[in-house]
Each structure stands twice: as C-alpha cells, then as structure tokens.
Design a protein around this ligand. Sequence first.
Ligand SMILES: O=C(O)c1cc2cc(O)c(O)cc2[nH]1
Length: 114
Amino acid sequence: MPFINSKVNVPLTEEVKEALKTKLGQAISLIPGKSENWLMVSLEDNCSLYFKGKNNTKMAFIEVKIFGRAAERDYERLTEEISKIYRDTVGIAQDKIYIKYEEAEHWGWNGTNF
Ligand SMILES: O=C(O)c1cc2cc(O)c(O)cc2[nH]1
C-alpha cells in the first residue's frame, strides 16, 4: 500500500493529472512487491513552493510512503523514474525536484493494521 503525495507550483490539467497517476502507478512497481493495485496518489497543484529562496521556476516536492522496507538501489531507480516523469509530463527540471521516502512499520487499511 504505497502512497505518493506530490506538490507542484503550477496548475495541472485533468489530462496531466491522469497521465501522472498512470505513470506513477507504473513506476511504483520498481519497488519489489508494490504495484498500482494498492497505490494511493495525491496530486496537489498551484502550491506556494520556494526553492533556494525563489519561486520563479517550476518545482515539485514528492513524498513516497511505503509499508515495510525497500533496498537503496530500488529507491535510486524510483528517483530516476519519478524525476523523468515530472520532467516529461509537467516540464519540471530534475534539479528542481525533491523526493522524500518514508518507510512505515504500521499501516492501517479496512479497519485493521497490516
Ligand atoms: O502494497 C503493499 O505494500 C502491500 C499490499 C498488501 C496486501 C496484503 O494483503 C498484505 O498482507 C500486505 C500488503 N502490502
């Protein structure tokens, strides 16, 4: 049950949101055992983001939360893929994207915990 929360400082059309959701759903399977089947995605646009004191360029902050653990090499591959997705789909330069990973030991679903 991964969760991807993304904030960008530009507006996103419904078409772009759909494309991001689909591409992120494919990318998450770079982490063994994860898939779009359990993926929840939040796409926040028009956020007030500042990087290095400035807000005059497109930027993104993306959080990836997973239940359990993953290997460093899988996070490396996912960072590469997510950065390409936001570059190709939203036009954000790779050096204006932060990606944060979190591993959760406790995850609730359907009224109980895994
Ligand atoms: O996506 C995961 O991390 C995930 C899905 C899933 C389903 C399930 O029935 C489990 O017991 C664990 C689990 N992890």
